[in-house]
Design a protein around this ligand. Structure first.
Ligand code: FAD
Ligand code: NAP
Length: 535
């Protein structure tokens, strides 16, 4: 992993400023260089802030034509060619603005280009592809002349500030208590989705609807034991002040085998094996199985290779937290927090693969257990400020989560705006999450309209966007009345398809050309009336 270079010891940014030690250290060095300070001139934080803002222009127009989560990385990089490094770094991100890295895509790239963030592997949806591209771009940056490096760093003022408040960022989690889980699917379902409850009273965290919850799950002990056996190591070997077993459970990712593990394997083996490991470390796919190699599968592929436990742990990536949309309202149930979690299970070859966090929450954590967690503040996904504004919520599958929260919140606060929910899933008989609750909300009038779409009830797939088109006239009326639109769930296909349906509805019932309808939806986005929480 990249190491920070040591900047001059000047304390321009005070200890109390909301930066991590690494960020403060870098900013001190950056400002000292910019102002040619020799350490004798005291500078107030205000003056520092002015300098940072003044340094932000690098001639880029700020447009991000690559900001589309469905676009392949090669196309995104092409669109960013010739742009400043921070923009090319942004194009390397997965473009979901999902917050898992603790930033949005733009701020994460600015932080890296500005050397305030040394971790290049935080983009979860971008995976190894993004990490590799960032590594290459970062190497380019390291080799660039100092003036270019400073230019890349210039807009650091716009960088997301990592808050030091406990429980408010992935860098500073707190402990919450797991209370219970309840299966939301009925028998006959192909899905396994759980309603999960946490108690926050012990850690004192609160949240607003629209926020997400970050959880630090732990690896499955059975998998860890198999890996230790493959290494031929003792579970009690001391590594980083813990036992090897505990480090493998708590601290490192056992999912996609990182390039650094293949590098390590190439060092401790020879011949054809070494060539193969080297190729894998460089992102090549000599046997066509690279995408399916988790840490266990990598050890099986190079069986007999036994790296030293310490080197092995060092070659792995840190275990990343997972985010879940909060499906409860603090206003309705203070101190309680709910999630709606779909289980990830699939089979590769003969081995069952399990999602880390979803299966941890669905199977392993026990009532009363504590878990490291944090609240990830939503940026641009919140109820309208005006409680009388009508809202249209579109959330198939687990996309229902924040909308359950919105509805509970609007009831608790007495918000009088109309509420329209589009929910869909595979089968009405077994996949209608929160059916009793939602039907009761409909009966009470809280839920003004509920439109459902079951994809596997009939012969043909029927999705929420099909239902939207069917009721397009009423949808347009709500929009014309000033309704805000929200979409939550799958980023790769559903979110795009729903947006396309909205454009079609605006064109057809708002009497506009397609181009005008696209601009209309664009304006809704700009004005915060079209918001998405997609993953
Ligand atoms: C802002 C935000 C909100 C979210 N809200 C929710 C929510 O409300 N509910 C919810 O359930 N999830 C939600 N997610 C997704 C969640 O964070 C996790 O990504 C998800 O639960 C999977 O995590 P995991 O640790 O269980 O699986 P992981 O261990 O991360 O495994 C998932 C990975 O396994 C691989 N994989 C999965 N299926 C297959 C397959 N069939 N074949 C091959 N490979 C496969 C893919 O590489 C995939 O990325 C949200 C994500 C974000 C960013
Ligand atoms: N990588 C993928 O291709 C993919 C796809 C979907 C979900 N996911 C992920 O799986 C996790 C959990 O998903 P989930 O439990 O929320 O449910 P889900 O798998 O997203 O399914 C919810 C409903 O959406 C339907 N659907 C599928 N494609 C759609 C589209 N293009 N437009 C509108 N609806 C569509 C599904 O129908 P059918 O299944 O019957 O088609 C189902 O009825 C999420 O993390 C999500 O991102 C991944």
């Amino acid at each position: 992993m990249n190491q920070m270079t040591s900047p001059p010891r000047l304390e321009i940014i005070p200890e109390s400023a909301p930066f991590s030690q690494a960020q403060r250290s870098w900013l001190n060095g950056f400002l000292a260089g910019l102002l040619s300070l020799d350490g004798s001139v005291p500078l107030s934080p205000d003056q520092g802030a002015v300098v940072l803002q003044g340094a932000s222009g690098d001639g880029d127009d700020g447009e991000a034509p690559w900001h589309d989560q469905t676009m392949p990385i090669a196309d995104r990089m092409k669109l960013a060619e010739g742009r400043p490094m921070r923009r090319r770094m942004m194009a390397a991100m997965a473009q979901q603005d999902c917050g898992q890295c603790g930033y949005n895509c733009n701020d994460y790239s600015e932080a890296i280009a500005g050397k305030a963030e040394a971790r290049l592997n935080l983009c979860v949806p971008g995976g190894k592809e993004t990490a590799r591209m960032l590594k290459a771009l970062n190497e380019e940056l390291e080799k660039a002349p100092p003036a270019a490096t400073a230019a890349a760093a210039a807009p650091v003022a716009a960088m997301a500030v990592v808050t030091a408040e406990p429980g408010r960022s992935r860098d500073n989690p707190v402990a919450a208590t797991f209370v219970s889980r309840r299966l939301l699917n009925k028998p006959g379902s192909e899905k396994e989705t759980w309603h999960i409850d946490f108690d926050l009273s012990g850690c004192g965290l609160d949240y607003v609807v629209g926020d997400s919850f970050g959880v630090f799950a732990r690896n499955e002990p059975g998998l860890v034991d198999q890996i230790i056996a493959m290494l031929g190591a003792s579970p009690t070997t001391a590594v980083n002040g813990k036992t090897l077993r505990q480090v493998l459970i708590d601290d490192v990712s056992l999912a996609p085998a990182p390039d650094t593990l293949f590098e390590l394997i190439s060092f401790v083996t020879g011949g054809a094996q070494r060539e193969k490991a080297r190729a894998l470390a460089q992102g090549e796919d000599p046997d066509g199985d690279a995408a399916m190699l988790d840490v266990m599968a990598a050890l099986q592929k190079f069986s007999g290779v036994r790296p030293h436990p310490e080197a092995f742990v060092e070659a792995l990536e840190p275990l990343q937290p997972r985010l879940y949309s909060i499906s409860s309202s603090h206003n309705a149930t203070p101190g309680k927090l709910s999630l709606t979690v779909d289980c990830v299970r699939y089979v590769v070859g003969k081995r069952k693969r399990l999602g880390l966090a979803s299966i941890f929450l669905a199977e392993r954590i026990k009532p009363g257990d504590e878990l490291k967690v944090y609240v990830q503040k939503a940026h641009g996904f919140a109820l309208p400020k005006d409680p009388t504004t009508p809202i249209i919520m579109i959330g198939p599958g687990t996309g229902i989560a924040p909308f359950r929260a919105f509805l509970h919140d609007r009831r608790a606060t007495g918000a009088t705006g109309k509420n329209w929910l589009f929910f869909g899933h595979q089968r009405s008989s077994c996949d209608f999450f929160y059916a009793d609750e939602l039907n009761a909300m409909k009966t009470s009038g809280l839920l003004t309209r509920m439109s459902l779409a079951w994809s596997r009830d009939g012969d043909k797939k029927f999705y929420v966007q099909d239902r939207m088109r069917e009721v397009g006239r009423e949808l347009w009326t709500w929009l014309a009345e000033g309704a805000s639109v929200y979409v939550c769930g799958d980023a790769k296909r559903m979110a795009k398809d729903v947006e396309r349906a909205l454009v079609d509805v605006v064109a057809q019932f708002g009497a506009r050309s397609t181009d005008e309808a696209v601009s209309f939806v664009g304006e809704l986005k700009k004005n915060g009336r079209f918001q998405q929480d997609v993953y």
